[in-house]
Design a protein. Structure first.
Lengths: 126, 905
């Protein structure tokens, strides 16, 4: 079954960076890449497409990443969706809050493309 | 004479004790002397008596002996005469003459003995008479013997019957009678001698009696004189001393002690006399001083500018100084000692000098009298000549009254001037106050603005960091992607050396972008870090940290840096076992990594050495020493300033290679945890960075071991416990928990059930199986579905902080309940260990239906449910209620504690 990765970020460049980083998986393993530019769009895509992995920015217009994460975690039908939170914040409190919500990981900007690639492979069992 | 004088001098110079000793000695000697005298006299008497008795007895015995010999001789003579007829002359002669001669010889010998005795006897009386008698006896015997021989011869010539013979026989009879009477005389004289001896003994004994009486009289005389002398030297002296002391004590300082002896009494008397002299001198001095003081006091009272008067307790004037008299003179009143205060006041009132008294003299006098008696507040009196006086009354402890009158004319004038000035001043002050209030308001506004600015700064920093991070992410990410694509796709296409060289340069430049971007990231992180610390928003964690672990992991983290630079070696010089410190382990590591990386950075080649030890002040000391270029003294302190980097030679060629914030942050961190950090540098030969941290004191707090594999949960529970005043250690798994417990036995354990490796269940079994740990109460932190049948209490997630603390306190017997508690099942439920220590109004026992009721009415607090009764209530529902914490009590406990101590409310 084709794996899906969803990238949710309002920053075009970050979205591009992640897309280009993960292109390798698209080419190699046929992973499908989806993108969304705000929380609401992201949530809609998650609910419709049920991606395996979501890179979720926290500070976004319309609905922030925590909110999206909380809704996804509360939805029993979405329990297989793994979420990686991406944020420019780096404080311990933020990290704790994120992990308590049920996110798999919490990555601080600036992140290393190689790391993104490695983590994605691990979480998707590729 | 001189001997007597000498004795007297010696006696005087003797001490009292020696005098007594000497007197007693003399008495004893006297007694001994008298006794010896008596003894000697008696023994002499005894001897004399013995001698006399023996002598007279011998005399008598010898006299009787002589008498018996004489009778035997007479018998022989008789027989000779009588037997002449039948024996014949010759035969009678041979038969009796010899016997006669022998008897006479015996008698003569006895007489000679008596003569000898007489000659050597000590008895004088009648010696010459008895000597003469003995001589006569001796001669008589000779004659008797001669007569017998002549008789015998005559008989043999003439025959027995011749007249010659008869005549001679008659002579011989006369001889014998004479001799016999002599002998009798002798015996009588011996008896006389005994009589005279008896008389002599009587004489001697009289002599002895006289002697003894004389000795006793002499002894009495001597004893009397000794007593007299003692009385003179001791008793009289004591009386004199006591008299003198009594006199002195009665105040007669003239009294002296007339004791002149050199003994203790003499010394005592002298001391007393000296003392009396000194007292006399002292009293004289004191009297002089008192007179001077009194004069001085009077002068002083006269010299004060105020009028001064002293009235006794009956209101009579005792003394008044010159100024007081002057005031009275102004009113034409002359003050005399002994005047009554009423009299003085009346005279003053009538003088017309006191304006207040004019026309109402009586009232004025009454007012001043009451003022005088009550010593009320000072009274002011305007005078007719324009002067102002104030009258002050003070009462002394003895009921006397002091009147002070001061001239306050000047003050009054000043006061009037001041009054006009004061109103001006008030206006001024009012104006100033208004200005000040305005300024204060401005300041408050400025302060508010400053606080807003500070908030703005913080949010600016955080948003700037966000805004900077996002483009940095793109920058770093894309440069990496570019390099990847370039290396993979374009480099292989490069034909020719020039293109390859250019390709490599592009790659190198992309690396530079990457590394510079990372440096920028570090800078942002440091700035944020520092701003958080400085603004006090940093949430400091306090944990017990083993410094050796922190040093170890810091060295591991820095090892990459050192392996990249083989010319710099990292050496551990000293690594002692040190006690734990209170610190945030991440922060401690941050500081140590910073020090190590600085040392590596500023050492071109050489070594960086590290020491860990306990210094003399008992602090944990970590020292990182490099062999780099060193820091000069002026800059040693500045290295901890923000953005300060010591200029190294040419600033154009040596670019600073750090953010310049590392040491500033390190100092903030170390000082926050009560430690200190400083730099030492020995000229240009390297730098030593020292960190000294206070040892974590064993604080006497109860220790709780939090066992959970979830770091967030550990953190959360630790924080709650620390806030409640407990010491906390944490373990991320069963094995670590056992390790921790072995190192220091905790007072309580909180246990997560689902853990990787050794899970909670097995850990608890290990705890309960270890005799050292079996008594430690364990709280199981569990989700509802878990089968939690071990532990002393089970706290169901989600955890409420206060309820958690309540449970911990209850299990530790600390008492005190933060939140109300409902106990399901009534007394049966109460008979559990955890409840034994819960008391008070916060605890309510209830049945299942009561519980439901209370919950429906919005109860917020802890619900204690014995496991056996868990089925009676809907735990899922209760757990989901806001503000309600469920605590399950395993049944194992229900059997233990004997008596419920919970009072139903």
């Amino acid at each position: 079954m084709q794996k899906k990765i969803l990238i949710v970020d309002d920053e075009v460049h970050i979205k591009m960076l992640l897309e280009q980083t993960l292109e390798e998986l698209e080419d190699e393993f046929g992973v499908e890449l989806l993108t969304a530019s705000d929380g609401e769009e992201g949530l809609e895509l998650i609910q419709n497409e049920r991606p395996d992995l979501v890179f979720l920015d926290i500070m976004m217009p319309k609905m922030n990443g925590y909110e999206v994460c909380r809704i996804v975690m509360e939805d029993e039908s979405l329990k297989d969706v793994k979420i990686i939170l991406l944020t420019a914040k780096g404080q311990e409190v933020d990290r704790k809050q994120g992990l308590e919500l049920g996110a798999k990981m919490y990555m601080t900007k600036p992140f290393d493309p190689d790391e993104i690639l490695k983590v994605s492979k691990d979480l998707l069992d590729l | 004479m001189s001997l007597i004088e000498h004795v007297f001098t010696t006696w005087r110079s003797m001490g009292v004790v020696r005098k007594f000793a000497a007197a007693l000695g003399s008495m004893l000697a006297l007694i001994l002397f008298v006794a010896a005298m008596g003894f000697v006299a008696l023994s002499v008497l005894e001897q004399k008596a013995g001698d006399i008795v023996a002598h007279s007895m011998r005399m008598q015995r010898l006299a009787l002996e002589v008498d018996s010999r004489l009778q035997l001789a007479r018998q022989a003579e008789r027989d000779f005469i009588l037997r002449l007829g039948d024996l014949g002359v010759e035969a009678a002669r041979s038969a009796y003459a010899a016997e006669f001669t022998e008897r006479i010889g015996d008698a003569r010998r006895n007489v000679v003995w008596l003569q000898e005795m007489e000659r050597f006897s000590g008895v004088r009386q009648g010696r010459s008479a008895s000597t003469a008698r003995l001589a006569e006896l001796h001669d008589g015997l000779d004659r008797y013997s001669t007569h017998f021989r002549v008789l015998a011869d005559t008989v043999s010539l003439t025959g027995a019957g011749s007249p010659e013979v008869r005549r001679m026989t008659g002579e011989m009879d006369a001889d014998y009678l004479h001799l016999s009477s002599q002998v009798h005389q002798l015996a009588i004289s011996a008896a006389d001698t005994a009589q005279s001896a008896h008389e002599a003994i009587g004489r001697y004994s009289r002599m002895v009696k006289h002697g003894l009486v004389g000795s006793v009289l002499l002894a009495l005389l001597l004893a009397g004189s000794i007593i007299h002398v003692l009385n003179r030297t001791v008793a009289r002296n004591v009386v004199r001393l006591s008299d003198a002391a009594t006199e002195l004590s009665l105040g007669n300082l003239e009294a002296r002690v007339p004791v002149r002896s050199h003994d203790e009494f003499g010394q005592l008397g002298q001391s007393l006399n000296v003392m009396a002299e000194r007292m006399t001198a002292l009293v004289g001095e004191l009297e002089g001083a008192a007179a001077v003081a009194s004069d001085r006091l009077m002068e002083a009272i006269d010299s004060i500018s105020e009028g001064f008067a002293l009235y006794d307790h009956r209101g009579r004037l005792v003394l008044a100084n010159r100024q007081m008299r002057d005031v009275a003179d102004r009113a034409s009143v002359s003050l005399r000692e002994g005047m009554r205060i009423e009299q003085v006041l009346r005279l003053l009132a009538e003088s017309g000098q006191f304006i207040n008294a004019m026309g109402r003299e009586e009232e004025w006098v009454t007012a001043h009298l009451s003022h005088f008696r009550t010593a009320g507040p000072p009274l002011e009196e305007p005078m007719g000549d324009g002067a102002w006086l104030t009258v002050n009354i003070y009462h002394t402890g003895r009921g006397e009254a002091v009147v002070i009158i001061s001239d306050v004319t000047e003050h009054k004038r000043h006061d009037m001037d001041m009054a006009s000035m004061a109103s001006d001043l008030e206006d001024l002050v009012r104006q100033r106050t208004k200005v000040l209030v305005e300024k204060a308001m401005e300041l408050r506004q400025a302060n508010r603005r400053l606080m807003e600015l500070d908030k703005l700064k913080s949010s600016f920093l955080s948003s700037v960091s966000h805004e900077l991070r996002t483009p940095l992410t793109s920058l770093l990410g894309f440069s990496k992607l570019i390099k990847r694509d370039f290396s993979r796709t374009f480099m292989p296409l490069a034909g020719g050396a020039e293109q390859v060289r250019l390709g490599r340069r592009i790659e190198a430049n992309l690396d530079i972008i990457g590394s510079e971007g990372k440096r920028l990231t570090r800078l942002i992180n440091d700035v944020l870090d520092l701003s958080r610390i400085e603004s006090g928003r940093e949430k400091w964690r306090f944990m017990e940290v083993d410094p050796s672990e922190a040093v170890g992991s810091a060295m591991e983290a820095a090892s990459g840096m050192f392996s990249a630079r083989p010319e710099v070696k990292l050496v551990v010089r000293r690594f002692d076992r040190v006690p734990a410190v209170h610190f945030d382990p991440d922060r401690l590591q941050q500081v140590l990594i910073n020090l190590l990386s600085n040392a590596a950075k500023f050492t071109e080649a050489g070594e960086v050495s590290l020491d860990l030890y306990l210094d003399e002040q008992g602090r944990v000391r970590i020292c990182v020493q490099d062999t780099g270029c060193g820091i000069d003294d002026d800059n040693l302190e500045h290295v901890f300033d923000k953005f300060h980097q010591v200029p190294q030679g040419d600033t154009l060629t040596h670019k600073p290679s750090g953010t310049g914030l590392g040491l500033a942050i390190s100092r903030q961190i170390v000082e926050h945890y009560g430690g200190s950090i400083w730099a030492e540098s020995d000229g240009r030969r390297g730098t030593a960075m020292h960190v000294a941290l206070p040892v974590a004191a064993p604080d006497g707090k109860r220790l709780v071991l939090v066992v959970d594999d979830d770091p967030a949960m550990r953190e959360h529970l630790s924080m709650i416990l620390k806030r409640a005043g407990y010491g906390v250690r944490t373990a991320s798994g069963g094995r670590e928990a056992l390790d921790q417990a072995a190192r220091r036995i905790p007072d309580l354990v909180t246990m997560d059930l689902l853990m990787p490796g050794m899970d909670g269940r097995e850990t608890m079994l290990r705890f309960k199986g270890d005799p050292a740990l079996t008594r430690i109460p364990i709280i199981v932190i569990s989700a509802l579905g878990d089968n939690a049948d071990l532990g002393d209490a089970v706290l169901l997630k989600p955890i409420d902080g206060d309820a958690f603390v309540d449970a911990v306190r209850a299990l530790l017997g600390d008492g005190g309940v933060c939140r109300p508690m409902l106990v399901l099942g009534g007394p049966a439920g109460a008979r559990t260990g955890i409840l034994a220590c819960l008391e008070g109004d916060g605890v309510t026992l209830c049945s299942a239906s009561d519980l439901q009721d209370l919950l429906d009415r919005g109860f917020a607090g802890t619900v204690l449910v014995p496991r056996s009764q868990a089925g009676e209530v809907d735990l899922t529902h209760i757990c989901s209620l806001p503000g309600v914490q469920v605590l399950l009590l395993p049944d194992a406990l229900a059997a233990d504690s004997p008596a419920p101590s919970v009072r139903p409310s």
